[in-house]
Design a protein around this ligand. Structure first.
Ligand SMILES: [Zn+2]
Length: 40
C-alpha cells in the first residue's frame, strides 16, 4: 500500500498475478473491498 508505513501483515492477491503486501488494517479493508466486488 503506497504511503503506508505499518509493518506488513499479509499478502493479498488483488488481481491475477498481482500480489500486494498489506498491514493488518489495509488487509482487512482490501479484503472487504474484494468481497464486495465478487458478490456485487
Ligand atoms: Zn496499511
Amino acid at each position: 500500500m503506497i504511503g503506508c508505513r505499518r509493518p506488513v501483515y499479509r499478502t493479498l492477491a488483488i488481481a491475477p498475478a498481482t500480489v500486494v503486501e498489506l498491514c493488518a488494517e489495509h488487509y482487512s479493508e482490501e479484503q472487504a473491498a474484494l468481497e464486495r466486488k465478487e458478490t456485487g
